[in-house]
Structure formats: C-alpha cells, structure tokens
Design a protein around this ligand. Structure first.
Ligand SMILES: Cc1ncc(COP(=O)(O)O)c(C=O)c1O
Length: 391
C-alpha cells in the first residue's frame, strides 16, 4: 500500500522517546524548551511555543491577538478547516477569499478587493496558508495588512523549510516572524516533522510570546515580575512563597508532552534531509508528467516549495482516484473547499462563491509524497497514472 503521506520513525527517534520516558518528566520537562529553541533556530525566528497540535496553536493565536465576536478575518477556502475554525472558536466571522489558480494560494488581489470594499476597521486579520508547502509572499501581505490595520497569522503547517525571496532578494523562511505576527506548524504524522500530535507557534513579538506561554497553561503565570498580587502576603511582593501562582486569564491546557517533544527534536535533526528528498520526488513527478495533455496543472518545481503535498489537476479525477486505489496507491484530495462544508454553509457560503477554489477542487489530486517513498514506488505511481489515461 502506498499512502499519500507517511511518517518516518528511525531507531534514533525511538531511542530519544525511550530516554524521555525514563526521565523524571513526562510533561513540562526540559525537552519542550530544547525543541522550541531548536525549532526557532531552524526557522530563524526569535520565539517558539510548542503546543498539543496545530489546531491548538491556531486557537491560541486567535486568543493572543484578541479575536472576539464580531471580528472579521479573511482566509483561503483551500486549506484544512482548522485554519478558519480558530476564528470561530473566538466568536469571530470567517470571510473567505478565492485562490490564485496558478499557485493555489490565497489571492492577495481578492483580499485587497475585500478590504477596499469596506471602511477600514471592518476586518481585523488575515490568515494566509502556505498550502502544499508553497510559500506565501508575506511581504506583500504585510504591506496590505498595514494599510488596513490587520494582523497576520501565517498557517505554515505545510511549509517548514519553505521560503520565498523578499523585494530585496533576501531569503525569508516560512514562519520566521519577519512579516506575520504569528505563525503555526503541525507535527501530525503526515507532516515534515512528526511527534504523533503536536504543534508549534513562532513569532518575533515578545509580548505575544509571553501571552501564548500563559494561555497554553490555563492562563497561569508563575514568575514574580508578572504577578498582579491579587492575594497579599505579609512578606510583601518580593516575598511570594514558592507555591504562589496566579491565573490571570482564561487559558487552556494545550501543552505538548516531553516525550513528544523528544520525538519532534529527533525528527528536526533530519528535517533538511527529508526536505531534499521531497524536492527530488517533486522534480521526478514534474519531469514525468510534462507535456501530458490529461494533466492540466501541477505543482511543478518551484524554488522554496517545501512539498508537503504534490498536487496535480487532472481530467476524470474520480476515475483516476479509484484506479489508483485498485492498485494500492492511496492518493488524497486536498481540500474540499472549507466554505462548502455544512458548518460554513450556515453562514450563507455556497457554490459559486469561490470559482477558482471550486474549479481546483473538481480536478485536484495529491500524489504520494514522503521522504521514504522509494524510486521504484514512485515509478509505479507514475506508470499507473499514465496507464490509466492511455487505456
Ligand atoms: C493547513 C493546516 N492547518 C492546520 C492544521 C491543524 O493541525 P493539527 O492536525 O496538528 O491540529 C493542519 C493539519 O492537519 C493543516 O494541514
């Protein structure tokens, strides 16, 4: 069976988890900070906060940015629903804007149209997604967001190691915090780095960082300088007993465990190797499908693409999907547009609202893409696709 994505667990990974399990901490131990520091270095940002999963990361971001009922936030329909749901968790309104049919990313021109059509202050934020691993031009989004006083959350779940070049020709890593206020990653098994469940928030903003740390653990603070002294002690503010802590906001338990962090850390050490293999696989697909009339579009070979997914647009997608399954190739569809989910239809979203996203969805298929996919397996996938169309 060849899946579309798959984790790669080595003996070193297993050893790292075993060591964490044998240590004094199962959770809230040293591996979490080690993972955060190593991840921040890898991405090139100042702060990283490890959390239970990517969805928790998004929720904490929306909370830290103060999303509240009535706020309006713009995002893409071609993403996992969690990118939009974080706004709903806080009672905000999700406004979808269509994708660019070439890149499949949130179309900045569509976002501008929305922002310009209403008075400033109508929208509070934008959530672009590095869909499939292709980096969003966040410099352009930052300029637009500044014009309209919006914050930006970059959903980088698909793009650790991805990058784009800014207007000065500088390489900008996905999630590096130079343009977005906050960025998020997921460590679900099909992602580049797997920790079972797990997520990371990255930022360069110290105030948001402190807030995220607090919200991750019930809204509790434990350091003297952050106390508001809600209970007075005879010794005064400099003499808090060691057990003292304050719950200052309504937070959550969105912590990751130490053994998951140990696994994530061990996986991170091989992240560049995995990325390189993903790029090789993408190149091979690209070269094999060039010039074939039944393939309408493809991810191609794009500099800075992290290739979480390798997406094709094809004729007779359902036929191909079923044919591949008959041959034990489990391709996947990413994504059914979020605005057409029953939950979002209740807000009035319907077919025809996002023509490019809906057309993309009719034809898209994600081919097997993971570092341990062998050349033989990939050749079999390519041969089977070509055979289907030639029959
Ligand atoms: C684009 C995107 N955003 C958010 C998430 C949510 O991450 P998680 O599954 O870790 O909660 C995912 C993962 O499935 C995703 O692909």
């Amino acid at each position: 069976m060849i899946p579309y994505g798959r984790q790669n667990i080595t003996d070193e990974d297993i050893q790292a988890v075993v060591e964490a399990l044998k240590s004094d901490y199962l959770t809230q131990g040293p591996k979490i900070k080690d993972f955060e520091d190593a991840f921040a270095t890898y991405i090139g940002c100042k702060y990283a906060v490890a959390v239970a999963n990517g969805t928790a990361a998004l929720h904490l971001n929306a909370l830290a940015l103060g999303v509240k009922p009535g706020d309006r936030v713009i995002t893409t329909p071609i993403t996992f629903a969690a990118s939009a749901n974080c706004v709903r968790y806080c009672g905000g309104e999700v406004v979808f804007a269509d994708i660019d049919p070439e890149t499949y990313l949130l179309d900045i021109k569509e976002v501008r149209k929305l922002l310009e059509a209403s008075p400033k202050g109508t929208y509070q934020g934008i959530i672009p997604v590095d869909f499939a691993g292709r980096a969003v031009d966040l410099e352009a989004f930052r300029t637009l967001a500044n014009e309209f006083d919006c914050w930006i959350i970059e959903d980088s779940c698909h793009s650790p190691g991805g990058y784009f070049f800014d207007g000065n020709g500088n390489k900008q890593n996905c999630g590096n915090g130079n343009f977005a206020d906050l960025a998020i990653f997921s460590f679900h098994p099909v992602k580049h780095i797997a920790s079972g469940e797990g997520g990371m928030i990255t930022t360069n903003n110290e105030e948001l960082y402190q807030k995220l740390l607090m919200l991750r653990t019930h809204g509790i603070v434990k350091s003297n300088e952050l106390f508001s002294n809600s209970i007075s002690f005879s010794g005064g503010v400099d003499n808090y007993p060691l057990w003292y802590m304050e719950m200052q906001e309504l937070g959550y338990n969105y912590r990751i465990t130490d053994f998951q962090a140990a696994l994530g850390l061990s996986q991170l050490e091989r992240a560049n190797q995995g990325l390189q293999r993903r790029r090789e696989i993408a190149k091979m697909y690209h070269e094999s499908f060039q010039g074939l009339s039944f393939i309408k579009g493809q991810s191609g070979v794009v500099e800075g693409h992290a290739y979480h997914l390798y997406v094709l647009e094809v004729e007779n997608r359902l036929g191909l999907y079923n044919y591949l399954r008959e041959h034990q190739i489990y391709a996947q569809i990413h994504y059914i547009p979020t605005h057409l989910m029953p939950y979002y239809r209740q807000f009035g979203w319907k077919e025809g609202d996002m023509p490019f996203a809906e057309n993309y969805y009719k034809h898209c298929i994600s081919l097997p893409m993971y570092p341990t996919l062998t050349d033989e397996q990939q050749e079999f996938v390519i041969r089977t696709i070509i055979k289907f169309y030639e029959a």
